[in-house]
Design a protein around this ligand. Structure first.
Ligand code: FAD
Ligand code: MLT
Ligand code: ZN
Length: 515
């Protein structure tokens, strides 16, 4: 029982984006002209500004101009494209400070950028804002093997940080499919959740300190190594999830747990969403402290991944839902036995119809790839409208059904023959965190599809007491929809904070919050 055939190995793919000379992505300012217009109070970039930045950066590779800015202007989904003519890549926090001070004094708008893997159009400009990429701030600063406190520059790639920690027996307390490209600073600026939030908690808990540059050039430094510090306001929290709206994060101090020596992954076939919820309850009861991920996927998401990977699914028969369970512990025999007993119990109780457990590292990666490849598979037909939502567990999957029904009612969907604009609405996500990803996979982005989905989906979420952003943030995509989750007072307080730190509104303008 639960044996995975040995021939299923396929290595995980990095999040890859080829360099291109021209773009087929329409300009955000054109596609969304009903949503955004240029703010004339901002100054137009000129040659003397560029000379000033050259003087700060010294090294030519830190400054990119004209058409070479394309890869920084476009987002990962190829849904948004800005018109920036200047990317600055400082190498030190002091350089970031000098750049921001100058931009603030001269009313030059900027967009902070990390690995550019964000999924809400937050990391790209709309008009000609200057892109400040932290990619060259990429040093690991220190690691304490006793406390597990890791400090690095914001531009360190998440996977690089995790590999470094692995060499020291530790793990970065966040993992996600974009780990090969996204930055430590970028995930903090987004407050990304990822695949193991269930186990390691939110970055609001694990980040111990930050270094950040405010728009006026002030360097805020709380890069401490303390787990407990109750001296007044916890200011770093303002930057976690702020999406580049009040400053640029340049350094991160984070508490990392010991890497588990025994990791198991199982993939299960389940007959209904109700059963998925029951399996979740049982997994908490029976697997308890070793449970490190509980992800769910619907059948259509798995069909898409199958087409994308060009592989047969590891489970022979089709099921309406699939669950991926990961356990992480310190005693292989104990963990193996616990997981096998759990699966046997679930099958006996008929909560699970079929299941397999990875028998080695490559099979484990293979099973994860059926979950982690969904974002890439979702875009393969042309594009994807993404909705990343928190909902009470009971209602979680109903949003996929409601959206699918609405699209079908409008005659917009066909999975196979390519005659309709929508391929399918698929649902998957971090069920253990009450986080659904609804992806509407399309053959091309179109206003006719988008207007069927929005604001319908946001209204539905509000009616069911959910959040329109569980982990991806608001960025440009949700700028007009914050009120579906936050009340007027909350929005007013957020605007006051924005105005306090960024009175000229130069930080990531045109996005979810304005000064
Ligand atoms: P960017 O995309 O460059 O920026 C994101 C936002 O943060 C922007 O608003 C930008 O202005 C701001 N920003 C970036 N760096 C800084 C900085 N140093 N200082 C201030 N502001 C900054 N998200 C999840 O939560 N969970 C997942 O499981 C998950 N999986 C993903 C899988 C794939 C394949 C992809 C493509 C994305 C996934 N994401 C996931 C989205 C996620 O938001 C990003 O991967 C990550 O958080 C963004 O990091 P980044 O360095 O690419 O930031
Ligand atoms: C995920 O969980 O895979 C991510 O949040 C990214 C996505 O949904 O595209
Ligand atoms: Zn996610």
């Amino acid at each position: 029982m639960f044996k995975l055939p040995k021939n299923l190995f396929r290595p995980l793919r990095p999040v890859f984006r080829p360099t291109r000379l021209y773009s087929s992505v329409p300009l955000t300012a054109e596609t969304y002209k009903d949503k955004v217009s240029i703010n004339d109070k901002f100054k137009k970039l000129n040659d003397s500004d560029i000379e000033f930045f050259k003087g700060i950066l010294k090294d030519e590779s830190g400054l990119i101009t004209g058409d070479d800015c394309l890869g920084y202007n476009e987002d990962w989904m190829r849904k948004y494209r800005g018109q920036s003519q200047l990317v600055l890549k400082p190498r030190t926090t002091e350089q970031v400070s000098m750049i921001l001070k100058y931009c603030n004094a001269n009313n030059l708008p900027v967009v902070p950028q990390g690995g550019n893997t964000g999924l809400v159009g937050g990391s790209n400009p709309i008009f000609d804002e200057i892109i400040i990429s932290v990619a060259n701030l990429n040093n690991i600063r220190s690691f304490d093997p006793v406390s597990g406190i890791f400090k690095c520059d914001a531009g360190v790639i998440l996977e690089t940080a995790d590999n470094y920690l692995a060499d020291n027996g530790y793990i970065f307390p966040l993992d996600l499919g974009a780990k090969g490209s996204c930055h430590v600073g970028g995930v903090v600026a987004t407050n990304a959740g990822g695949l193991r939030l269930l186990r390691y908690g939110s970055l609001h808990g694990t980040v111990l300190g930050l270094e950040a540059v405010l728009p006026d050039g002030t360097i805020y430094n709380s890069m401490n190594s303390l787990r407990k510090d109750n001296t007044g306001f916890d200011l770093k929290q303002l930057f976690i999830g702020s999406e580049g709206s009040i400053g640029i994060i340049t350094g991160v101090s984070i508490l990392c747990p010991i890497r588990s020596s025994s990791v198991n992954v199982a993939l299960l076939g389940v007959s209904s969403y109700e059963m998925v919820q029951k399996v979740f309850i049982e997994s908490k009861k029976e697997l308890g402290e070793i449970l490190s991920a509980f992800e769910f996927m619907d059948l259509n998401s798995q069909k898409l991944v199958g087409q994308y990977l060009k592989l047969d699914h590891p489970l022979e028969d089709e099921y309406p839902f699939y669950v991926l369970i990961e356990t992480s512990g310190s005693n292989k025999d104990h963990d193996d036995e616990k997981l096998e007993t759990f699966l046997a119990n679930q099958m006996e109780a008929e909560l699970v119809n079929d299941g397999i457990i990875a028998q080695d590292e490559s099979q484990l990666r293979n099973l994860w790839s059926w979950r982690e490849s969904i974002p890439e598979a979702s875009t393969m037909n042309g594009g994807v409208y993404k909705y990343d939502v928190s909902l009470p567990l009971d209602d979680l999957y109903s949003l996929v059904e409601a959206s699918s029904e609405r699209l079908r009612g409008e005659g917009l969907v066909d999975f196979e023959d390519g005659s309709k604009p929508v391929v399918e609405a698929i649902g998957y996500g971090h069920l253990g965190d009450g986080n659904l990803h609804l992806n509407v996979c399309v053959r091309e982005y179109s206003k006719s599809v988008e207007s069927v989905l929005e604001p319908f989906i946001y209204q539905w979420i509000q009616e069911h007491k959910g959040s329109i952003s569980a982990e991806h943030g608001l960025g440009f995509q949700k700028k007009n929809y914050v009120g579906y989750t936050k009340n007027d007072i909350e929005i007013k307080l957020m605007k006051e904070i924005k105005h306090h730190y960024d009175p000229h509104g130069i930080m990531n303008p045109y996005k979810y919050i304005t000064a």
